[in-house]
Write a protein that binds this ligand. Structure first.
Ligand SMILES: Cc1cc2nc3c(=O)[nH]c(=O)nc-3n(C[C@H](O)[C@H](O)[C@H](O)COP(=O)(O)O)c2cc1C
Length: 185
């Protein structure tokens, strides 16, 4: 007698993001495309929606080492038990050594750290696209940097970027995250 194989339901993947000037959104779109995942801005992602997915990738831009919008993941992490949760942070800085540890420690408790996997992707900087609080903060930083007697290469890069937007987004850099997601579900 012929038995039909039980159908394994397809894995449901969601990519959720918060982006101020578009860099994180671009990565979120690339990742969703690569993983055949549904894509939502964080404003639309309530717990009821997240709970429908087996795997959630969250992306947010870095603001003073804080991952913007990541509260939705932290708040619901226990209730999301059994799902794979991957987070990517997008900053203007080059991916320096120790950045993952710094961002993990700043944003998550030790318990939360053991439940997520973090990636860093380099975005860019576009002053003209910031909201008012972002513009004010960055103007304060500019004044502070201008008063410094000498600047590091990174700091010079930040000052230059006020006048000329910079974009370091690179689709190839999502490969590590995509490989990780494919390996776990
Ligand atoms: C107020 C403020 C704070 C920032 N702090 C950091 C930071 O700590 N580290 C970093 O790499 N980039 C920092 N940035 C740069 C943004 O993370 C970067 O421009 C990112 O690509 C923005 O992505 P988005 O367009 O998706 O919001 C900061 C930007 C602003 C406006």
């Amino acid at each position: 007698m012929h038995h039909e194989q039980p159908r394994i339901p397809p894995i449901k993947r969601a990519v959720v993001y918060k982006s101020l000037s578009g860099f994180t959104k671009k990565y979120a779109q690339w990742i969703a495309e690569e993983l055949q995942a549904d894509l939502f801005p964080v404003q639309k992602a309530k717990f009821a929606l997240l709970s429908e997915y087996d795997l959630i990738v969250y992306g947010g831009s870095l603001h003073a080492v804080g991952i913007s919008g990541v509260g939705i993941i932290k708040k619901n992490l226990c209730r999301l038990a059994g799902k794979t949760v991957v987070v990517f942070a997008v900053g203007a800085s080059p991916p320096a050594e120790g950045i993952l540890e710094e961002v993990l420690n700043r944003n998550f408790s030790p318990e939360q750290r053991s439940l997520i996997r973090l990636f860093y992707l380099r975005g860019g900087f576009d002053y003209s696209k910031l909201d008012l609080p972002g513009k004010i903060l960055m103007t304060l930083l500019k004044w502070k940097l201008r008063r410094k007697p000498s600047l590091t290469g990174d700091e010079k890069g930040i000052l230059d970027a006020y006048d000329h937007p910079v974009d370091f987004t690179d689709r190839a850099t999502i490969a590590g995250l995509v490989r990780y997601v494919r390996s776990c579900k």
